[in-house]
Ligand binder design. Structure first.
Ligand code: HSE
Length: 372
């Protein structure tokens, strides 16, 4: 396999290093905006050099961001090149465009590193769905948020310091608001639901709340009640109905999720025959993520394409009811409050879509669901 590598940052550099030690694939051209030289690959700023090079059969996209990644990937598919990418924003956003195009052109499209970094989550969904229906996917999918929440809870770090450390360790996205506002997890949930359920989830129907408004007061309240806060995604399907949402969630200290440290991810599926299974591992970072990119290249060599057939559009119905911790209330929150933890409220069960709609009008508030 001859690879044209787009991007030489955290992930791209890792892909170059891992493939350099292999006989079955080599990076022959690299797009990099910095002036570097590499022993075995041509470095260029000109994507056309990759596009028009017929010896390059596979494009590995590790640039991140939507543009020009989208234009480059689309052009590469049109030119008949396989795609391997770690870019969840790209795949989730342009799912309805890129997946049918790849199928039409008969090229492979793999993005295992887009969800769970070094965990083989999407490739496991591909395997599992051959034999059984998947009724639930979700869990801790963002290393940066987990690192921040874990540092605040276990080490008493303040939010800003924990975020700075996650950035220094290479976990955070270029714009960390993508992580802390839950958008990265949202992309990963949409992609996971699409693959697991064989659908294309309507983005607007999937509400998201991140952790950027969490305070030391919240962490103290959770500890006092034996709970640990994690940013969690959840997608379900049953009898043609779907749920999908991303929100901070409180787990009892004995729960698996509560024990997940630093940048690790814990992602779970529920299958018809297998029941619940969880995958746990490094959710971010150079070599774990690059490892899964190279796994995808091996899968392409083995003849694998995308993980599931492209499905039709569906919307999430989030009328399911949960109890919520809410800091920053109003008359409606008072009307559904069952108890108080300091100045914060704990509600009786309220619909997920209802409290997320309320949050949009109350952007200073912080909410966390209480896990059932
Ligand atoms: N920023 C992401 C995270 C990188 O923190 O999980 C891996 O997708």
């Amino acid at each position: 396999m001859n690879i044209g590598l787009l991007g030489f940052g955290v992930v791209g550099r890792g892909v170059y290093d891992i493939t350099a030690a292999r006989d079955d694939m080599q990076v022959t051209k690299v797009i990099c905006l910095e002036d570097i030289t590499l022993p075995d690959a041509e470095v260029t700023r000109d994507f056309n050099k990759i596009l028009t090079d017929d010896s390059i059969d596979t494009v590995v996209e590790a640039m991140g961001g939507l543009h020009p990644a989208y234009e480059f990937v689309r052009a590469a598919i049109e030119a008949g090149k396989n795609i391997v990418t770690s870019n969840k924003a790209l795949v989730a956003t342009f799912y309805d465009d890129l997946l049918p195009l790849a199928a039409e052109k008969g090229v492979a499209f793999r993005c295992t590193a887009a969800v769970g970094g070094g965990i083989g989550w999407l490739s496991e969904l591909e395997r599992v769905r051959r034999v059984q229906e998947i009724s639930m996917v979700g869990g801790i999918m963002n290393g940066t948020c987990n690192y921040i929440l874990d540092s605040m809870t276990r080490l008493g770090l303040d939010y800003g310091e924990a975020l700075k450390q996650a950035q220094a360790l290479g976990y955070a996205e270029a714009n960390p608001s993508t992580d802390v506002d839950g958008i990265d997890t949202w992309h990963k949930l949409i992609l996971s639901s699409n693959v697991a359920f064989g659908v294309s989830m309507e983005h607007e129907s999937v509400p998201v709340c991140g952790i950027s408004r969490i305070s030391a007061e919240d962490i103290a309240n959770f500890k006092a009640n034996g709970l640990t806060c994690k940013l969690v995604s959840r997608g379900t399907q049953a009898e043609g109905k779907y749920t999908a949402y991303v929100q901070p969630t409180l787990f009892p200290q004995g729960a698996l999720e509560a024990a997940v440290p630093t940048n690790f991810n814990l992602i779970t599926l529920d299958g018809e025959y297998s029941g619940r299974q969880s995958l746990y591992g490094q959710g971010a970072g150079r070599y774990p993520t690059a490892y899964n990119v190279v796994e995808d290249c091996v899968s392409v060599l083995a003849g694998k394409s995308f993980y599931s057939p492209y499905g039709g559009k569906v919307s999430a119905d989030n009328s399911v009811k949960l109890r919520y911790y809410v800091r920053g209330g109003d008359a409606w929150i008072d009307s559904v409050t069952a108890e108080k933890w300091g100045t914060a409220s704990v509600t009786e069960p309220v619909a997920v879509n209802e409290i997320h709609a309320w949050l949009k009008n109350n952007p200073e508030a912080f909410i966390a669901a209480i896990a059932e």
